[in-house]
Design a binder for this molecule. Structure first.
Ligand code: GYE
Length: 328
């Protein structure tokens, strides 16, 4: 074979591979995911899940944007997806309010929008589908469990809320408060945002300890990371919590480490919120792609877990086996 032939061969091989690359790129469905941020273990698991499921191997090109808990940045991310003319847009809304304008822009551009994880205040006609969890139900579960556990005893409660304006925080407060209102023997001493972070939980708990030391016997943290921060603050102040402690500790999410603390009896009750949602969203997109009917709303089911030694009508008692089965 002479040099010229090799050059020709090389050229056509290159052309062939370029052709197949273009064909491949054309086949991929482009999806934008405007993610809340990276505030918690729950969020990390959710991000990983989307990156695994919306992979090139599965036929997707995912544009992932971490919006760092900034509503304006999230609106900007969605506008960029619209400008790029992506096939589908998924939004995990940082806050529930303020979506009408950008959703109208997506609708005008003919790009289907799926709201995931949290809820928004916009009319359901403004987006195409919703997949997520039910924070109000989670709040009711936490309240019902506490009522069952305390069995009429007095409760002086401190709440560390999630991020201001997030449906996950609003709903958990609403559900829990609904049960609290039925109990005259309960007082909510204070309720402040820890922003769903460990540092936030610690900071709020430290300030609570200064203001309410000796006056509280229940702490409700609206996610596991806040609970870790609150535990650090209580440890530093010599306040005991959990099944053998002076303070009943309630958390939400039931991520692996949260459940480890529940198994260890440090968290009394951890209400689950499942971050593994991408496969469901992908299913909805596939149905949309095929022009089939698809569910407009899909609720991801949650349960609740309690420390060993606690039996509950509302929650499952933790075991090592349950912990071993928890991947996130
Ligand atoms: O509970 C928390 C987070 O939106 C349900 O957001 C989610 C919440 C979750 O960062 O850990």
């Amino acid at each position: 074979m002479n040099k010229k032939m090799i050059a020709v061969l090389g050229c056509s091989a290159l052309a062939a591979s370029m052709f197949s690359m273009t064909a491949m790129a054309e086949e991929l469905t482009t999806v934008g995911y405007a993610q809340v941020g990276h505030e918690s273990d729950w969020r990390t698991a959710n991000t990983q899940n989307y990156q695994d499921v919306f992979s090139n191997e599965n036929g997707y090109e995912l544009s992932f944007v971490d919006c760092d808990n900034d509503h304006q940045a999230q609106l900007e991310a969605v506008r960029n997806f619209i400008n790029q003319e992506l096939d589908y847009i998924i939004i995990a809304p940082i806050q529930s309010a303020g979506w009408d304008t950008v959703l109208q822009e997506a609708q005008d551009a003919g790009i289907p929008v799926i709201i995931a994880d949290r809820e928004i205040e916009a009319d359901a006609s403004m987006y195409d589908a919703w997949v997520g969890t039910a924070p109000k139900d989670e709040g009711v579960t936490a309240g019902n469990w506490l009522a069952e556990y305390l069995d009429g005893a007095e409760a002086n409660i401190l709440v560390i809320e999630g991020s201001v304006g997030a449906s996950a925080a609003l709903g958990r407060s609403e559900g829990f408060n609904q049960v609290a209102e039925e109990h005259e023997e309960w007082t909510i001493l204070d309720s402040q945002s820890g922003d769903f972070t460990q540092a936030g939980g610690q900071e709020v708990m430290e300030s609570y300890i200064k203001s309410y030391e000796g006056q509280f016997n229940v702490v409700v943290c609206q996610n596991d990371n806040e609970a870790y921060g609150a535990m650090d603050a209580m440890d530093a102040a010599g306040i005991t919590y959990g099944v053998d402690g002076d303070v009943v500790l309630i958390s939400y999410d039931a991520t692996h480490d949260g459940l480890q603390y529940t198994l260890d009896g440090k968290i009394n009750c951890d209400v689950e919120c499942n971050p593994i949602q991408a496969e469901i969203v992908k299913g909805v997109i596939e149905q949309m792609e095929a022009g089939e009917e698809y569910p407009e709303t899909t609720l991801v089911e949650d349960e609740a877990f309690v420390a060993p030694g606690i039996e509950s009508e509302y929650a499952t008692t933790m075991t090592q086996e349950i912990l071993d089965g928890r991947a996130y």
